[in-house]
Design a protein. Structure first.
Length: 193
């Protein structure tokens, strides 16, 4: 990312998704019929950032940025808050990264998404469509990369969506799209502990 964008210092990482199309004449749609309908059963995807050291580990639990910890201790990663439904156009959740503020001991920022209370609500990523991650130059608003998650993730409850990492003095982006059966952010964090 920084190789061809020498002045790049700030990123906006946008993540978006929609519930899969609803059908049926009751007004509740298929998901509403399956899960009893009502506001409480919307799919609440939560985006988080894991700040990893050179060994690929989370050195400090405060280096997990999510709806319950919106700012990294160094101020380089800021989560703009939780979208409970994925409704609306564009990014559902946004994370801002100031690359020059990322501490030298942080080598990788891993972006993950999990479904809040997936077991309780019997929800998985097969009920999600139009999921994506995009990287935007925060100064120019130029989109640097976008990865659409088109694979069928039925039965999966979490995704390792992408990562921003240091390589030979530059920042790079890799879209991973790896699905898992982790049921909470804590489960995802354990993978990197």
């Amino acid at each position: 990312m920084t190789k061809n964008n020498a002045g790049l210092s700030g990123l906006m990482v946008g993540l978006g998704w929609d519930e899969a199309s609803k059908s049926g004449g009751s007004g509740k749609g298929l998901l509403g019929s399956l899960f009893g309908g009502g506001k409480g059963n919307t799919i609440d995807c939560d985006a988080s950032v894991l700040m990893l050291d050179e060994k690929g580990k989370i050195a400090n639990k405060k280096n997990v940025v999510y709806f319950g910890n919106l700012n990294s201790p160094c101020g380089s990663v800021v989560h703009k808050g939780d979208n409970l439904t994925g409704a609306g156009e564009g990014d559902d959740e946004q994370v801002f990264v100031e690359l020059k503020k990322v501490p030298a001991n942080v080598h990788k920022l891993v972006f993950v998404v999990n479904i809040y209370k997936c077991q309780e609500k019997k929800q998985d990523f097969g009920m999600i469509k139009n999921a994506f991650i995009r990287i935007v130059d925060n100064a120019t608003q130029k989109e640097l990369a976008k990865f659409n998650l088109t694979e069928d993730y039925a039965g999966k409850t979490a995704l390792v969506v992408g990562e921003v990492y240091r390589h030979n003095g530059e920042w790079k982006f890799s879209a991973t799209g790896q699905s898992t059966n982790d049921i909470s952010l804590s489960d995802l964090v354990r993978r990197y502990s």
